[in-house]
Design a protein around this ligand. Sequence first.
Ligand code: FE2
Ligand code: FE2
Length: 205
Amino acid sequence: MARTSRRSKADAVLRLIRSDHRTVNELLRAFKRTDGERHRQAIVLTLCKELNAHALLEEELFYPALRSVARDGEVGEAYVEHSVVKGLVQKLEGMQPDEPYYEASVKVLGDLVEHHVDEEEDELFDLARRSQEDLQALAILMQERRAQLRQAQGLPQEAGEVIGLDEAAREAMLLGPGSKVPGMAGTVVNKLSNVVKGAMPRGRH
Ligand SMILES: [Fe+2]
Ligand SMILES: [Fe+2]
């Protein structure tokens, strides 16, 4: 009974992290499918913001909560992978899409993130389920901190739910405000479009 309850408390924390992972994954897939430098750059800049907010959230709250049950190096590897990801993010934030190695940098970033997410959702999620921390309190803390970090990055709070709903939603996101998506309110489509548009470099759209 106590075991079941601990697992379900961990689920609130893990759902939060998984939702961010799905958003990042959808942005990487959208990049691969999208032509046009402006839109590709907007997707990459949104991706960078998502990764900045997510990495800090984990480093400040999630990883420290695993210390009591982690073996040497288990969480250390994740910190090191974050630092490599952050280096590439910083590089991409300052690059133009027509520069050499822009596409290669996104590709390497995507591969790194994919590897990191796989390990996190496998090994670190397992540690979280065994953690002795108050997981309910951690979930609440993480929710609050996530909201602050997203705001600091200029990201909408609901991005985890709306970005990547389906193919049509992504199309609309790239087409811009006023696009029609069956079954989706125009305000949601416009909001999505503005998220990406807001990430576009000034004077280039
Ligand atoms: Fe991570
Ligand atoms: Fe993560």
